[in-house]
Design a protein around this ligand. Sequence first.
Ligand code: 2AM
Ligand code: CA
Length: 264
Amino acid sequence: MISSPLMTVMVDAARKAARGLKRDFGEVENLQVSRKGPGDFVSAADRKAEEVVRDALLKARPGYGMILEEGGTIEGTDKSHTWHVDPLDGTTNFLHGIPHFAVSIGLEREGQIVAGVIYDPIKDELFVAERGKGAYLNNRRLRVAARTDMTDAVAGYGTPYLGKGSHQVLLRELGAVMAVAGGTRRIGSAALDLASVACGRLDVYWERDLKTWDMAAGIIMVREAGGFVTSADGASEPLAARSIACGNEVLHRELVAILRKANA
Ligand code: 2AM
Ligand code: CA
């Protein structure tokens, strides 16, 4: 584990928000049978979780800025630090009673992500990473998978939602990856997909049209686990480009080449 005052702040905030989410998730199943569905209930759960994270972080680090999925941006007095907060990553899973979602908190310092926490309350899996200190799942040090043959690899990806992103681009890319990868998975939480690459469950992962709060914590998780992370075209930093591709050095390079060729 990483014991630093910063990690304590981040882990406490994530765990506290996750407690409420887990409780609310128990209700969601009951609401599936109503015609209206659990939409409003889930929006409220999401907002509540965000308030918990926001209040905890503001209390511990009053000057830091914050970019929140639900609540917009808080300008801090300390211009060099910004939190990227996703109180409920995997909202569609949560809404449909699929037990795969997480709280994700990343800290940016002078333009670089320096710490990340991703907590999956259903599996009670806590992923943490801090720059130069490694990445951990609960108490275990993480390393990306060592496979170098794409035919053995499981590739995670994200699909654009109805009315969002380019479905054509994804279909081209997925076709190209499916032609060479051992298997593919669309699991529905960008934060947990990145955590899965960090711990070697997924060999590679790519997705487009993401926001900074979807990726911030996951980026440092993968890097501290020895992985490579870039934009989907391999040319820039994912946070600015809003797309991501990652894996170990060999498979990351191969993935980026496959995606480029698919779009050529
Ligand atoms: P969210 O659950 O916090 O919305 C899944 O591919 C990833 O895409 C999730 O991390 C999800 O984050 C994000 N995402 C981005 N836009 C979305 C949308 N319109 N609907 C659902 N998920 C979206
Ligand atoms: Ca998200």
